[in-house]
Design a protein around this ligand. Sequence first.
Ligand SMILES: [Zn+2]
Length: 214
Amino acid sequence: MARKPTYQAALDEYFAEFEKAVAKALVSGAEIAAAAGDALAQSRLVGGIRWDQVNRAALALVTQYAKDVARGGSLCTVRRDDGTTAQEFVPWLRDYTETARNALVDLVEEHIASGQGVGALADTLEPVFDSMKGHAETVARTEMSRIRNDAAFGRYLKSGVDRVEYLVGPEPCEICEPFAGTIFAVNDAPWLPQHPRCVCGFAPVIDVPPDEET
Ligand SMILES: [Zn+2]
């Protein structure tokens, strides 16, 4: 890039702090989300919740998550061109702050070029900060859903559950609606969340008397 604005360094510093703050908020929220997911899974499986186990499982999950977020992203489900899905490390936190930083630099440069005053600059920047706030909330909700589902799924696997039922929220989106009520073998179940702000989950399919099996 040719331009070398003097405020670039100040913005870099600001966004480094911002990134750290977002990462910290995500990791502290993740512990609660993991405990909630694991507790929900246990109550579905056995009816009673072993909190000593929940805390241990949540801690193990969040330890890995904290390492990922420190790298500026997390393991996310990605859709390949052939329609299959896979889990990959996606550096969304890094991309997110870089995009926001570039948007700010562009706005400030345009503003300076247009010769308007500092008061007008605040008005120009406000929507950028508003959209960052909105985006941060989406990121947080999506990440918490991911952690909750990972914790629940981990508990199902440990308990020997081999099939799960796909549960949708009260107003399922068009991506998730076709999955509602579908029974998956645990190895074929899609990773959740399927999209930002997805609230879907899985319930274990538990075989009771063998004569009720089809
Ligand atoms: Zn969904």
